[in-house]
Design a binder for this molecule. Structure first.
Ligand SMILES: [Zn+2]
Length: 361
């Protein structure tokens, strides 16, 4: 009791560390998102810092993104909702934005210091992604080096009050930079670079006893599909399957094969146990006939919708009807009909979007 008394004199938010005469800093909850990071690139070879974190925490092997586009997938992590529920149904340069009446992540942490440091405009302030944060830093156009976001986050992290942090790293997104004779090798190098950048931040967060969730917004098509080195046109596993890791002090290490999704991120950050889902919905960001033959109309309105369960997939492709892959439950075919059509809010593609490769009409 005496120790507790003195600790409380040091800081009203401090707690005692297992009876030692030293205050524990206030809690930290951190979300780290790596853009365009494939599930098969969470490994000791490609992402050793995060792989080591996963070995001491929870690694989810069947985690899915709702869409291969940055703004919608990140908005799902910030709200716990599918894109057609939170309103960000395509990237923000098309004019899509979060619905004003949905709660965003920082609003779930009243009284905490909150800050987001993002590295590219689709995760940036346009469209309401900056709502609720005390500090929100990120480009309104183009992209910024991940090092900028990491350094800003480490400089911001307060020691005198509870803190919620979001850091977004964009390096693995095309165009792939650096050494390597092929696009695949250059992509792998970008993933390694992103992991290297995050090493010091992860070390600081671990030292602080933070709850850390690391995820990708979506994966990437490399050389496996008709349209390669992109993500917005595909609903394949290369794009929809994402790495997902949680670590906190004392967490029981586990490899978890349950079906989960990026909408589970808010609950993961709170330390909750995630129930396995019976199925997961996802959509492509757009339709392009060269990539997905038979889809129509082209562009955002022609996107494929898929529902995934343990038995396989039902796919609804505009212009081609519904298709089954594997042996999903028949009830999922009806569930697929429940996904609402895209609500159009398309604005002209801007120059910043073209630079990053988002050329959809
Ligand atoms: Zn992205």
């Amino acid at each position: 009791m005496i120790l507790w008394f003195f600790a409380c004199q040091l800081s009203p938010d401090s707690h005692l560390r297992d009876g030692l005469n030293a205050p524990i800093p206030p809690p930290v909850v951190a979300l780290i998102t790596i853009d365009t990071w494939r599930a098969d690139h969470l490994s000791g070879a490609f992402s050793p810092n995060i792989w080591a974190l996963a070995a001491e925490g929870e690694r989810y092997t069947r985690a899915y993104s709702p869409m291969g586009l940055t703004s919608p997938a990140h908005a799902s992590m910030l709200t716990g909702l599918y894109p057609w529920e939170h309103g960000m149904e395509a990237n923000n340069h098309h004019g899509y934005r979060l619905r004003d009446d949905v709660e965003v992540l920082p609003e779930q942490y009243p009284g905490w210091a909150t800050a987001a440091f993002v590295s590219a405009y689709p995760a940036g302030p346009a469209g309401g992604m900056d709502r609720g944060w005390d500090v929100f830093e990120g480009p309104a156009a183009g992209e910024a080096p991940g090092e900028t976001a990491v350094k800003a986050a480490m400089a911001w992290l307060p020691t005198d009050k509870p803190a919620l942090l979001w850091v977004h790293i964009y390096e693995p997104h095309g165009p792939y930079q650096g050494a390597g004779a092929t696009e695949r090798l250059r992509y792998g190098g970008e993933v390694r670079h992103a992991d290297e950048l995050l090493g010091p931040l992860i070390a600081v967060l671990r030292e602080r006893g933070a709850t850390i969730v690391v995820a990708a917004d979506h994966g990437e098509v490399l050389d496996e599909e008709r349209c390669s080195y992109q993500h917005e046109r595909s609903i394949s596993e290369h794009v929809l399957a994402v790495p997902l890791v949680r670590w906190s002090p004392g967490i029981k290490p586990a490899v978890i094969d349950d079906l989960v999704g990026l909408t589970d991120v808010p609950a993961l950050l709170k330390g909750e146990t995630i129930a396995a889902r019976s199925h997961w919905f996802a959509q492509s960001g757009m339709c392009e006939a060269d990539c997905a033959p038979g889809c129509a109309p082209a562009g955002l309105a022609g996107r494929d919708t898929v529902v995934i369960d343990a038995g396989g997939r039902w796919v609804n492709r505009p212009g081609r009807g519904k298709h089954v892959q594997g042996q999903p439950k028949p009830a999922l075919r009806a569930a697929l009909d429940g996904v609402p059509a895209l609500k159009t809010a398309v604005s002209p593609t801007n120059k910043a979007a073209e630079i990053l490769g988002y050329l959809e009409p």
